[in-house]
Design a protein around this ligand. Sequence first.
Ligand code: FES
Length: 155
Amino acid sequence: MSVDDPGKGVGRRDLLSLAAWGAFCASLATALVGAFRLPNPSVFPEPSLKVKVGPPGSIPELEYRKVAGRNLFVSRGEEGVFAISAVCTHLGCVVAPVPSGFHCPCHGSRFDALGRITGGPAPRGLDWLKVAKAPDGELVVDEGETVPPGTYLKI
Ligand code: FES
């Protein structure tokens, strides 16, 4: 008895042929879907790390202003404007300003008013962030670019 016996429905060869065509069509469809998705990025752009903090005159002198929605403080001293990251250098908690500088609520690291480490497990002081002046006169802080401590923007 033959499995390819004509007149008895779908034979083995027909079944294998159908399976091969089905696999071919499925792979072609998958390739087409991939080709149409290719122009669309599957990674969404991150929000900018640069933030406008206002005109120089709005920066408080000798005290810190936390920038809304960002983990950074801005201040103005005799040397100019500067920005300090509020992210603790130990494990990344957000520090809080205290009269003597900054305090980390997670493990108790303490920093002076210029972000230098004064106690606790943090390995180093708080990062200073780059401050620049935008063409419209507002100051811009770049959270993605650190500068050496003591780097001020003269205004
Ligand atoms: S995260 Fe700030 S002291 Fe540990």
